[in-house]
Design a protein around this ligand. Structure first.
Ligand code: PRX
Length: 651
């Protein structure tokens, strides 16, 4: 199974040491990293316990570290009590109250600086508003917001009162929003009237109303932040404006102290079956991961200006916008817009304006900006930068080198961070101050993370450059705790392949002679479009829900900018294939799931290649979608004549 996706990759011999000047100025020195690695290797639990005592302010200290008595349902620091928002805000007030927590830049270029004191006050006020509207400990609140400080405030306010947030990315459709609300049985929805991205209006409230028009019976209240000034309908008794909800609320709110295992949030992500999985994260362990990884990997210190370009709707935005930077008491930039608006130098201009020192983005953005030409970064000095990061998908060496030379001016270490929604934070990645890096390689597991590559029988793959299944053989504090409402699926998906202590990431990987990891791709039916996960079955279900479609199979193919894109093979019921219908189906998928899922190409045929037992031969479809020559044996096909038809280009 794993070798489906294992493609041969070129040997990469270029290697770059962290520049001397960087190491000299780093907060975390190579000797510190060595000490961390040794401590973790000597005593896994003791190492994490020491980190948790040092980096988190506990309301009640923990006495238990790891409880694995019910593996794979692990507990960390279970008898400790804390509040995550207290750790992100209150504990900084005495020494850093006036320090800028967030430099927000809106789509239209407006800039707002928010201090820790101000952020704390806003979170408290909104937390009081949430309580006044009936949200309490353990209740779920869905957040469908633009990437603006109010989204962060909402998440931290939920954390403050022990409510569990589930953020749904603003690009998701009404149907996706509805499914997530229903699965989480959310009591409250927090949204905005709309917002502008790249100058285009995103009608969040209108989409919300569509979502709530069917199902969603659990929703009692909808709080609406006025952002766009869009014309919206407010439903009497259900919808409240944000400004009315906080009116008269105190800017003090006693934190709700919760156990370390209390769920902090649920975040839905795609899996191999049609239904998205509600990834459930803890409070204590998750927070610890957010702090340690921000500090170690990026060398994030008190004087840095950190900028993660992700949206809070994804895990990257959760860990490296809402929680990591604030828990570290650092300054960060938050951006509402897109990299190419109003011009393709927006990112680089912002780096200079805000004197960003640590910049973290996705390979898709790098590839897209690289294509725009060197003149855009060259317009700006970019000399404040000291660390560059990437996340979400494999980065091709060409883009890596461009990033290093054109953006980092050869003086910034690049941290290519491998992790997942499920892992909560970075797992396999360089540490800026002390790892020698190679283009396209995610290098080594962090201290306290034990990664390995196994073959299908569970034996370690020891041959350098042979591929296998990427696993973690020890639990770590910031791992997911469950799939919301579906513990069996959790056990089966992540621990079903080997044993209850071996987490299967769903990726294949290989290691070179020096032990550097390289990620090869997914081993399941999940595709990665612009760094975002999409299950092929989700897209297939959306297609067959269209009245004209009788059957559909979806595969991916490489895409120059997006990394991968979707190709759909569609069998129609009665209609004749046409360009119009192909375009209608593409729009239909976008409407069902969101724009990310929109197929790049639709090919019509009279049938799909199936084995005699009726299984769709996806491997063959992948070859066809890539316009590659078919070398595999097709004699076992029930309908070999279908191949030619599929090879004909669609629309
Ligand atoms: O296939 C891996 C890829 O993205 C998947 C996780 O997607 P998601 O849960 O949406 O989280 C993305 C942000 C953490 C992984 O299973 N992936 C993530 N980072 C990298 C990567 N592939 C290669 N290199 C990376 N640095």
């Amino acid at each position: 199974m794993a070798d489906n996706k294992i493609e041969s990759v070129l040997r990469e011999d270029r290697q770059f040491e962290p520049p001397r000047s960087f190491v000299d100025g780093a907060t975390l020195k190579p000797a510190d990293v060595k000490a961390l690695r040794e401590a973790a290797a000597a005593d896994h639990e003791g190492f994490w316990a020491a980190q948790a005592r040092e980096k988190i302010d506990w309301h009640k200290p923990f006495s238990q570290v790891l409880d694995d008595s019910d593996a794979p349902f692990f507990k960390w620091f279970a008898d400790g009590e804390l509040n995550v928002s207290y750790n992100c805000l209150d504990r900084h007030l005495a020494t850093k109250g006036d320090k800028t927590a967030v430099i927000f830049e809106g789509d239209d270029g407006e800039v707002e600086h928010i201090s820790y004191r101000e952020l704390h006050a806003r979170v408290c006020r909104f937390a009081n508003a949430l309580k006044a509207n009936g949200l309490g400990k353990g209740d779920r609140a869905v957040v469908y917001m633009p990437n603006i400080p109010q989204a962060m405030v909402t998440m931290l306010a939920c954390a403050r009162i022990g409510a569990i947030h589930s953020v749904v990315f603003g690009g998701f459709s009404a149907i996706s929003l509805r499914d997530r609300i229903d699965d989480a049985e959310a009591k409250m929805l927090i949204t905005a009237d709309g917002n502008y991205r790249g100058g285009k209006l995103i009608p969040l409230k209108e989409t919300t109303d569509k979502a709530l028009s069917e199902g969603c019976e659990s929703i009692e209240k909808v709080i609406v932040y006025k952002r766009a000034g869009a014309d919206v309908t407010m439903t009497e008794g259900r919808d409240i404006w944000w400004h009315d909800a906080i009116d008269g609320q105190s800017d003090e709110c006693e934190p709700e102290w919760v156990g370390a295992e209390h769920p902090l949030f649920i975040l839905y992500t795609s899996g191999s079956t049609g239904k998205p999985k509600g990834i459930q994260h803890s409070s204590g362990g998750y927070l610890l991961g957010a702090i340690c990884t921000s500090r170690w990997v990026f060398d994030y210190g008190d004087d840095d200006v950190f900028w993660c370009t992700a949206d809070v709707g994804w895990i990257t935005g959760h860990t490296y916008i809402t929680y990591g930077p604030t828990a570290c008491g650092g300054t960060q930039v938050m951006f509402e817009g897109v990299p190419t608006y109003p011009e393709p130098d927006r990112f680089w201009k912002m780096v200079d304006t805000h004197q960003v020192t640590i910049f973290y983005t996705a390979p898709t953005a790098i590839r897209a900006l690289m294509k725009q030409g060197d003149e855009y970064p060259q317009r700006h000095a970019l000399d404040s930068l000291r660390v560059l990061g990437t996340v979400g998908e494999p980065i091709n060496p060409e883009a890596w080198m461009w990033y290093r030379e054109m953006i980092g001016h050869e003086k910034c270490p690049i941290v290519d961070t491998w992790w997942q929604t499920e892992t909560g934070g970075h797992m396999i990645t360089p540490i800026a101050s002390s790892t020698s890096t190679k283009p396209g390689s995610v290098t080594h597991a962090l201290p306290g993370i034990v990664a390995d590559i196994l073959d299908e029988s569970g034996a370690p793959v020891t041959d350098a450059n042979s591929g296998g299944i990427l696993v973690m053989t020890k639990p770590w504090p910031y791992m997911l705790r469950n799939i919301w409402g579906d513990p069996e699926r959790y056990r089966e998906t992540y621990f079903g392949m080997f044993d209850a202590h071996t987490y299967v990431a769903g990726d294949s990987a290989q290691r070179d002679e020096q032990g550097n990891f390289r990620i090869l791709g997914r081993i399941d039916d999940v595709v990665n479009i612009s760094g975002h996960r999409m299950g092929t079955m989700e897209v297939e279900s959306a297609l067959v829900a269209h009245k004209a479609v009788s059957e559909a199979a979806v595969v991916s193919r490489p895409h120059e900018i997006k990394g991968e894109c979707i190709v759909a093979f569609v069998i129609l019921k009665n209609d004749d294939p046409s360009d119009e219908l192909a375009s209608e189906l593409r729009d239909w998928v976008a409407e069902q799931l969101g724009a990310i899922a929109k197929p790049e190409e639709i090919r019509f045929a009279d049938g799909l290649p199936k084995t005699r037992s009726g299984k769709i031969m996806r491997r063959l479809l992948r070859t066809v979608a890539r316009d590659e020559e078919i070398t595999s044996d097709v004699s076992t096909l029930e309908n070999p004549q279908i191949i030619e038809q599929l090879q004909a280009k669609g629309s």
